[in-house]
Design a protein around this ligand. Structure first.
Ligand SMILES: Cc1ncc(COP(=O)(O)O)c(C=O)c1O
Length: 379
């Protein structure tokens, strides 16, 4: 089946009732048949039918075998890092979401997990960073917010040759546009708060794997550490997923129109958009994903001007997230990447005047009109 169909029918009907929308099993505890004879479910930290439907749906969409849903993207990413032990080492991309960098730098470092941060456009640099204790390579492609593209196939080949795992954050693309597991990646993580939910009404995270042993380990971590997604939030994601394709198509189309308009404006000094053929990652991205996505980052070269634009937008929302139905604008330097050291941010192209736009599903003319008045207003 095509992914558009799987988005609607993948989760299937509720087996008990035939309900076309998976019911919200708002329950913590399930009856045992008798002493020592458990039913299919026991306790919702371990497993819950609504969460299970979501986890299966995400596994299906990503081409994995099992999914695990958590209370936020960071909880999902933390669960993936919980696979490792003191003394282990991970090679991470220098272009990493700020929160992922922070959890490694400020929390996992205290437990003896070390990282090397390298430029992922340079495969040799990744190879050189692998040591005898390296256990994983962590990819984020395209990266947040400058949309640097990592060659998933090449990193996977390198990782397999050196017997290390690959983890990919697929938040920016969603399984609708990119499926890293089908390219050989071992573990996919998501901030489902973004496109999967799609309506800015839930924080959630998902991990998907194909390998059975990894699935067992992750389930053990999920039920032991307990940061699970609740039944209602699981249902919100199941509902959101049904329109993922429609939303994404519209967002990608809008992003193309808005990027073309922004490019025509003399105020914009630098742009990052994967729909432009002169983006350095354009060809590679086309080989591993089916469209550009909805994020456009642009630099206006002047901090005060950037602040003015963000204060002047009326319809677009100045906010921390992306991937929702509404257009969101963000100043990466102090918002999404506030916790990344300044030198690192600058080397990633994140300047104090870099604005990230997550294009929504509104009419593109209204988005352009809002940005136009925000750019042109002098106060
Ligand atoms: C690429 C990426 N990964 C992970 C996260 C963390 O997800 P959450 O905010 O749901 O914890 C984010 C949040 O912005 C993100 O952009």
């Amino acid at each position: 089946m095509y992914i558009d169909t799987l988005l609607v029918h993948g989760a299937g009907e509720d087996e008990a009732t035939g309900a076309t929308s998976t019911p919200i099993y708002q329950v913590s505890s399930f009856r045992h048949h008798s002493v020592g004879q458990k039913g299919g479910y026991q306790y919702s930290r371990v497993s819950n039918p609504t969460r299970h439907a979501l986890e299966q749906q995400m596994a299906l969409l990503e081409g994995g075998s099992r999914g695990f849903a958590f209370g936020s993207g960071m909880a999902a990413i933390t669960a993936a890092f919980n696979l490792f032990s003191a003394g282990d080492h991970i090679v991470i991309s220098r272009q990493l979401y700020g929160g992922t960098f922070r959890v490694l730098d400020r929390i996992f470092s205290r437990y003896g997990l070390t990282v090397s941060s390298v430029d992922f456009s340079d495969i040799e640099a990744i190879a050189e960073a692998i040591t005898p204790v390296t256990k994983a390579i962590y990819i984020e492609t395209p990266s947040n917010p400058t949309l640097m593209v990592t060659d998933i196939r090449k990193v996977v080949a390198l990782a397999k040759a050196r017997s290390v795992l690959t983890i990919a954050d697929n938040t920016f693309m969603s399984p609708y546009l990119q499926r890293p597991i089908t390219l050989g990646v071992d573990i996919v993580v998501h901030s489902a708060t973004k496109f999967i939910g799609g309506h800015s009404d839930v924080t959630a995270g998902v991990v998907v794997v194909k390998d059975e042993k990894l699935a067992e380990d992750l389930h053990f971590i999920q039920m032991s550490t307990g940061g699970v997604l609740g039944p209602f939030d699981s249902w919100l994601l199941l509902r959101g997923l049904k329109t993922l394709g429609l939303r994404m198509d519209r967002q990608v189309q809008n992003a193309g129109e808005i990027a073309a308009w922004l490019r025509s404006r003399p105020e914009i000094k630098k742009m990052y958009f994967l729909g432009f053929s002169d983006h350095p990652g354009y060809e590679l991205h086309k080989e591993q994903a089916s469209a550009s996505g909805n994020v456009i980052s642009f630099d206006v070269g002047d901090v005060e001007f950037a602040h003015r634009i963000l204060s002047n937008v009326k319809m677009c929302v100045l906010g921390d997230s992306l991937g929702g139905v509404e257009t969101l604008v963000n100043l990466s330097d102090i918002m999404s990447h506030g916790s990344v050291p300044v030198e690192q941010k600058r080397s990633m192209g994140i300047t104090p005047s870099l604005i990230r736009l997550s294009v929504g599903i509104e009419h593109s003319a209204d988005i352009i009109a809002d940005l136009k008045q925000a750019i042109e207003r002098n106060s």
